[in-house]
Structures are given as structure tokens and as C-alpha cells.
Write a protein of this length. Structure first.
Length: 690
């Protein structure tokens, strides 16, 4: 009879019967699951390795077109390597840079400093930074930030080299000079009688204020004596949680901690100002604390310049980032837009799918415009202005506002204009609307309210007093944005368009929104004004001159796309874009060969130059740029039509491309319509000149 066992595998007698036999089927299943898990891990590892390899290739591609100039300089000071950005920075062809002494491009005043910098890098094998004056072609000086590292010598007897990254910091240096000049003026003011002098007793009552201080703050002495400094020249929120009497007592016991302070104060009209205070504790004859004597000087201008310097540094970073990501991001968008258009063509019998694809395409175009807006804001690209109908753009912006502002704010839109076309870029008008509307919503965020946006016609005859001095008479489109918020004082209204001026708390506003609006409106030949009173809301009126021609609308039928039978070579180092270009052009009837990169394309072309009727090439490719590829091909066939495409490039422009012999210069991402029209122009122009 079999013995019963307890849960530990022992018989009732306590004797261990040994390990229990495992189910073979379960063991096989466990082993199979483990093998599957290992296979999945191996697949993940291969994917990671592929991503790393792609990243390495992209880094190599970005070297020549990086927004930073790169140089390699040998131990004798001779330039051995230079990217195209360095060529553009010094305004010297790369072939002239390479082999030349770098000292030729260092200003005489900075020669010694650069020598010490390079010697330190080579000797200490350490990274070092210096800021020196450099020279472009024609001895044009500029300030450069040079960051260098040592490079191991090629052989045991070879001298060590230095690799340097250089960026233009002239704008920042000018801001620093302005800041130093401002500090010099500040020191002069401290030594003069035009300073704030105030005496406060131990209870915080103002017992003395000189004439300059009275004029500066705008408070009568009686009011300050009655109310004290908190809630008057010191904003109440700045002293929140502090008992003034206790604070003054602490100053009396620890005078050194408060001897020098820079504080944000407030004038009677509500304007915020920065004052640098020198504080001295006062004591009576018995040695007891009796109050403080403070001398203050207005340092608002210096603070503004400091903020301007910080903004200039931010703009340097934004510009570097924008230039670095624009090309790659536009390549991604090009593939998304291109294949979406192809899918849209294939889904005309399915309205639901077609409608969704239209939305994808529209969102992609918005993303393309956003990249261009970033490049424009960082001064890497210009706006392209065309006749623009404002009604659909205003409606779209209002929908966006409704989704982004508190529900306690009601938005009303009124459009009565009979013609709404102006010369502008969509992003410019959107910036105007969004910046003003955002300010309006912030003015109502505590209590809610109403925002009214309207579009109306207005005519200004010659000599009208409402016209700005630089504005032309004629028909204007008036954009009105009215809110029921807290309003503005006269002083704030006067300074509303000043760069870096803001009434918001530190960290909650840059003071650049309305300054940007003002700049855009003026560039468009328009005018802007503000009507506001404290507690009675604010009205912004923007006047944009009307265009003489009507804008194209999204509802208009597109121009029929014309194809052809010619033979085209499509070149890009992105496989997805080669596939898109080949498929798109083949659908238009062309015979297309695709090539991954310049070397492959050159090989195909040189086999039989007569077999290719047109070349379409990307600019930023590894090993060989589109411009260099074009030069090589034009040597073999001077009449070859070439189209150059780029997502972003600071080294080539439409003018420089034309000088090379390139017929069309296109910005990525491209749509089917734009590509087809450019192809026909390039091919037909060639036929006319033959």
C-alpha cells in the first residue's frame, strides 16, 4: 500500500522519498518559451545595433553642414581639415582654408591669446575655450568662441594637432560691451546726488525721502509715512509671509546680510523698477536699533541688458539647434507627405480613407511650416510672403484658441470685411493673433470674461492723422482683438511693445511676444495701436494693407499635373525618399533610376551621360554633396538639367546653385505638384535653349 506524503514531499514517517519526477511535456514547453525569449532578445539587440549604425552615418553627414565651424590644425598651425560651415564663416573657399596658417584668420590683437590657447591644449591634452577676434576675407573682424581639444599625432615623431569648433559670438560680445557701459553709468550715478535716499524707523514708517526719490517713486511722503513701504514701493507679494517689524529688527541685528541688495520695487503708477540698495542700520544714543537709512539707484536698464544678453545666448542655442535638426526633420516630413499623397491618389474610391489622409497631409504641411518658422525665428531662413486670405486662417486660429484657453473665457468672432487678402506668410499672421490673444486671455485668467475678434475693412486717405509716418494711404484690413480683462495703465501701455518688458512674474514671461508682433506688423507695412484703461479691458487694433490681387484658396481646383516620358535620375541618401521620388515620377510617366548617394549616382551617369535627361539630387549627402555632384556631372554634359533639393543648408543658396549651372532649387519637403512643375520647367527650359 502506497504511503501518503505531506506537502514537503515526505512520508508521514518523516523520511524523504527523494525528488519528484517533473512532467516532461512541461519541461519541453518551458525550454521552448526560453528559446523564444532568447530569440526576441537577439532581435532587439540587432535592432539597437542598426539604430546605432544609422546614427553614426547621420553624424558623418552632419559634419560638413553643422551650424558650427570645425577645423583641424596641426602642430605648426596649418589648417588640415575644415567643414563647409568654416568656409562660410571665414568667407573663404574650403580649398583655400586647407593648407593655410590659421593665424591668417586671427586678428593681430588676439594672436598672443590664441597662441597660449593652442599651446595649453597641446601641452595639457585638455579641452580649452577662448574668445578671440577673428578675421573674414577682406580683414572683416568678428568675435569667435573657439573650443579646442588635442588630437593624437599620426606618428611618434609627428607633432600633436588641435581640433577646434568655432561659432560667431559677435552679437553677444556687443551686448556685453553695452552691459559694461551701462555699469559705468551706474557707478557715475552712485557718486552723484541723483540717488534715492530713504529713512525708515523701526516700525517701517518712512520718515525721510529726498526730492529725487519722491519724483522717482511718485508717492507723497505723507502716504508713505502712513502706509509704510510694504504695499507701496515694495510690492505686497514680495513681502508675503514676513512681518516688517521683525524683518527690520533682523536687519538691525545682522546689518551685513542686507548691506547691499537689488530689489524689484514699484512706482505709484504700477510700473516695476529694479533698484540697487545700500542699507545702513541706525541706532539711537542707547545703542538700540532705530531704523535704517538706504541709498538706492535705478538699475532697470542694466537688468534689461542682462536679460537681453541672456536672450541673445538663448537665440544662439536656438539657432544652432534649428539648423541642426531642420535637414533631418524635413527628410522625415518629405517621406510622410510623399507617401501620403500617393496613398491619397490610390484611395479616391474610399472617401473615408481619403478624408483621413487629407488630414495627415494637412498636419504634415503644418509641421513643415513650423520648421520654417523656427528657422526664420533663429534667422536661418526668410519668410516667403504671398497673397493670403485671412478669413480661413483667422477661423482656424480661433478654433485653436478655444481649445487652449480657460472655459471661463468666451470667444466671439465677427467678420464683415468684403476683401481679406494681404501679402503675408501664414505663420506671421498666426503669430500676431496668438500673441495678442494669449495676452488677452492672461488678463482674464482670474475672473474670466469675453474676447472679441473681428475682421473689418478700413480706408485711410492721404494725410489722415491715423496713419503712421511710415504707412501708406489706402485700403487696410483691420484685425481687432478686444478683452474685458484687467486693462493697462498709461505707463504700461506706452512700453507694451518694448523688447523684454513684461508685467508678469519672473519666469512667467519673456516680454518678447508683443515686441515680435510689433516687428511683424511693421515689416508688413501695417500699423498697430492699443486702447486700454485699468479695470476696463484692452483693445488691440492691427491694420494690414490689402493686396491688389486675390489669394489662392484651398478650395480652388489645382492645376493639372503634367508628366512626360523623359529619363530621370533621382538621387538621395535616404532610401525612403528615393523610393518615393521614383514611384511618384513613374506615376507621371517618366522612366526613373534611383541612386543612394552621390557616388552611386555619378557611376550610373558616367556609364552613358546621354541616357539621362534630368537629374534630381539632394544637397546634404554623405561623402559628396549635391552641389559637388552637379559640378562633376556638368563637366561631362554642360547642357544637363539638374534640380537641387535641400531640407536646410547655410552653404548653398538659389543664387550659388544657379552659378553652378543648376536649373531649379527646391526646399524639402516637396509635394507631388511642386516636384512635377519643377521637373517640367527644368526639362522644357532645356528644350527652349537648344
Amino acid at each position: 500500500m502506497a504511503r501518503q506524503k505531506d506537502s514537503a514531499g515526505k512520508s508521514p514517517s518523516g523520511i524523504d522519498d527523494g525528488p519528484q519526477s517533473e512532467d516532461p511535456v512541461k519541461l519541453i514547453e518551458d525550454l521552448r518559451l526560453h528559446q523564444v525569449e532568447l530569440q526576441m532578445q537577439n532581435q532587439d539587440l540587432r535592432r539597437a545595433q542598426e539604430v546605432i549604425e544609422e546614427s553614426r552615418e547621420r553624424l558623418a553627414d552632419l559634419y560638413d553642414y553643422a551650424p558650427v565651424a570645425y577645423l583641424t590644425i596641426d602642430g605648426k598651425g596649418i589648417i588640415q581639415e575644415a567643414n563647409l560651415t568654416a568656409s562660410a564663416l571665414f568667407d573663404v573657399p574650403r580649398q583655400e582654408l586647407i593648407g593655410a596658417p590659421f593665424n591668417l584668420y586671427v586678428d593681430r590683437e588676439s594672436q598672443d591669446e590664441y597662441f597660449l590657447h593652442r599651446s595649453h591644449v597641446i601641452k595639457e591634452k585638455a579641452k580649452a575655450v577662448c574668445e578671440i577676434q577673428l578675421k573674414k576675407r577682406g580683414s572683416i573682424s568678428f568675435w569667435g568662441r573657439v573650443e579646442s581639444i588635442a588630437v593624437s599625432p599620426a606618428g611618434p615623431d609627428a607633432p600633436a594637432s588641435v581640433r577646434s569648433a568655432i561659432i560667431d559670438i559677435t552679437e553677444r560680445k556687443e551686448a556685453e560691451v553695452a552691459l559694461q557701459e551701462s555699469e559705468g553709468k551706474y557707478r557715475d550715478l552712485v557718486e552723484s546726488v541723483n540717488s534715492i535716499i530713504i529713512q525708515v524707523d523701526e516700525r517701517g514708517r518712512v520718515i525721510f525721502l529726498n526730492t529725487f526719490a519722491l519724483d522717482f517713486f511718485g508717492y507723497p511722503l505723507e502716504e508713505l509715512s502712513e502706509k509704510g513701504v510694504v504695499g507701496t514701493i515694495i510690492p505686497a507679494e514680495a513681502a508675503a509671509g514676513h512681518n516688517l517689524k521683525d524683518l527690520l529688527g533682523y536687519i538691525g541685528r545682522s546689518p551685513d546680510r542686507y548691506r547691499e541688495k537689488e530689489l524689484e520695487n514699484r512706482r505709484r503708477n504700477g510700473e516695476r523698477v529694479w533698484v540697487s540698495w545700500t542699507v545702513r542700520a541706525l541706532h539711537d544714543r542707547k545703542g538700540l536699533f532705530s531704523g535704517i537709512l538706504a541709498v538706492g539707484n535705478d538699475v532697470s536698464e542694466r537688468k534689461r541688458l542682462e536679460e537681453q544678453l541672456r536672450q541673445a545666448q538663448k537665440m544662439e542655442a536656438v539657432g544652432t539647434l534649428a539648423g541642426g535638426i531642420a535637414h533631418d526633420f524635413n527628410n522625415v516630413l518629405a517621406a510622410v507627405m510623399g507617401f501620403t499623397e500617393m496613398a491619397l491618389d490610390d484611395s479616391q474610391d474610399n472617401p473615408g480613407v481619403a478624408e483621413n489622409l487629407e488630414r495627415v497631409l494637412k498636419a504634415s504641411k503644418r509641421a513643415r511650416d513650423l520648421v520654417r518658422q523656427i528657422l526664420v525665428f533663429s534667422r536661418r531662413a526668410p519668410y516667403k510672403r504671398d497673397p493670403l486670405s485671412l478669413t480661413p486662417l483667422v477661423k482656424e486660429t480661433v478654433q485653436l484658441l478655444r481649445a487652449s484657453i480657460p472655459a471661463t473665457i468666451e470667444i466671439r468672432l465677427t467678420i464683415t470685411s468684403t476683401s481679406d487678402t494681404v501679402f503675408a506668410a501664414p505663420v506671421e499672421v498666426q503669430q500676431i493673433l496668438m500673441n495678442i490673444a494669449t495676452n488677452a486671455s492672461l488678463a482674464m485668467e482670474k475672473k474670466g470674461g469675453e474676447m472679441e475678434i473681428s475682421l473689418t475693412d478700413v480706408f485711410f486717405p492721404r494725410g489722415s492723422p491715423a496713419l503712421d509716418a511710415d504707412a501708406a494711404p489706402g485700403e487696410y484690413l483691420q484685425i481687432t482683438i478686444r478683452d474685458t480683462g484687467v486693462g493697462m495703465s498709461q505707463e504700461v501701455r506706452k512700453r507694451a511693445f518694448e523688447p523684454f518688458f513684461t508685467t508678469r512674474e519672473v519666469g512667467k514671461g519673456t516680454g518678447m511676444g508683443l515686441a515680435v508682433v510689433y516687428g511683424i506688423v511693421k515689416e508688413l507695412g501695417g500699423m498697430i495701436n492699443i486702447e486700454s484703461e485699468p479695470g476696463k479691458g484692452t483693445t488691440f487694433r492691427v491694420f494690414l494693407p490689402k493686396a491688389d490681387i486675390e489669394a489662392a484658396t484651398e478650395g480652388e481646383a489645382p492645376v493639372a499635373i503634367q508628366g512626360g516620358k523623359e529619363r530621370i535620375l533621382f538621387v538621395d541618401d535616404e532610401e525612403m525618399l528615393v523610393l518615393w521620388g521614383k514611384a511618384t515620377l513613374e506615376r507621371l510617366g517618366y522612366t526613373v533610376k534611383g541612386a543612394r548617394g552621390g557616388q552611386e549616382a555619378l557611376g550610373i551617369f558616367l556609364d552613358d551621360p546621354a541616357q539621362i535627361d534630368l537629374v534630381i539630387t539632394d544637397q546634404a549627402m554623405s561623402k559628396q554633396s549635391g552641389a559637388d555632384l552637379a559640378r562633376e556631372m556638368l563637366k561631362a554634359r554642360k547642357d544637363l538639367p539638374i534640380i537641387l533639393c535641400t531640407g536646410h543648408s547655410e552653404t548653398i543658396t538659389p543664387d550659388t546653385a544657379q552659378k553652378i549651372g543648376i536649373r531649379e532649387f527646391l526646399m524639402k519637403p516637396l509635394g507631388k505638384q511642386e516636384l512635377a512643375e519643377a521637373v517640367r520647367r527644368a526639362l522644357d527650359t532645356g528644350k527652349k535653349t537648344d
